[in-house]
Design a protein around this ligand. Structure first.
Ligand code: ADP
Ligand code: MG
Length: 225
């Protein structure tokens, strides 16, 4: 009974306000995979979170409260996706413990963030560790991990595969300096390394990429292992 954990970037799910076409197609894809497959889907904050956080940050509100605001946005996004998923929770868990319990009941568990200071990628890694999942799929706003941020350096080359140490080194570099930008945060990568959870970074808008990874076929993203 394979368990797949998916970290679905807020930018993938939200538009103004939601990308309903994507949400329906993504859910249909999840609903139609093998009977034995189980899914944990952790959804990010996206535009909703960003608009609140930007406004409040300008007014001097502290980061802990901004993170709480962001977490609430992720939970709204998660609750917006859950009705489209077959055999899925309709109450959004607020802890890893609660999510793991729900996975005993449902085929699919959807959630958002948990605590300030943790990204939803870290929540996904912790949940993968907890439920014994060996594959974490990060569906995000880029189609893989590049040598350097491809949004700033359009000619950067994409990695097909990376090891944990190299990916952590890159994430540390990316999180330093002005306007930090990183494909996944260091904590999520550390959790994956300590429990040998394979991470696959793919273009979150590309449904066929999810289908290929879940089916164990070749994909065009980056595998971190
Ligand atoms: N080396 C890199 N390879 C790929 N993406 C990178 C890299 N460094 C920084 N990034 C940036 O990481 C970001 C990943 O998307 P993110 O902001 O997490 O969106 P989402 O919340 O939808 O997952 C992109 O904006 C991308 O430009
Ligand atoms: Mg992300």
């Amino acid at each position: 009974m394979p368990i797949f954990v998916i970290s679905l970037g807020g930018s993938v799910v939200t538009s103004n306000p939601l990308d309903m076409k994507f949400i329906k197609e993504f859910s249909e894809m999840i609903n139609s995979t093998g009977k034995e497959d189980k899914f944990c889907i952790v959804i990010g904050g996206g535009k909703l979170a960003r608009s609140y956080i930007t406004a409040l940050r300008e007014a001097g509100i502290n980061d802990n409260i901004l993170d709480e605001i962001g977490i609430n946005a992720t939970r709204m996004n998660a609750l917006s996706v859950s009705p489209f998923l077959r055999d899925c929770n309709t109450k959004i868990p607020t802890t890893i413990n609660e999510a793991a319990e729900m996975l005993r009941i449902y085929r699919c568990v959807v959630m958002g963030g948990t605590e300030p200071g943790h990204t939803t990628d870290t929540v996904a890694a912790l949940l993968a560790e907890r439920v014994g999942s060996k594959t974490l799929i990060n569906g995000t706003s880029v189609d893989g991990v590049y040598e350097r941020d491809p949004k700033k350096y359009p000619d950067a080359r994409k990695f097909k595969a990376l090891d944990y140490n190299k990916s952590i080194e890159m994430a540390v570099q990316g999180s330093l300096g002005a306007g930090p930008s990183v494909f996944m945060d260091v904590t999520s990568l550390n959790i994956a390394r300590r429990s040998a959870i394979k991470i696959v970074v793919i273009d979150g808008k590309n449904i066929s990429q999810f289908r290929d990874v879940i089916a164990g076929k070749a994909h065009s993203g980056t595998t971190i292992s």
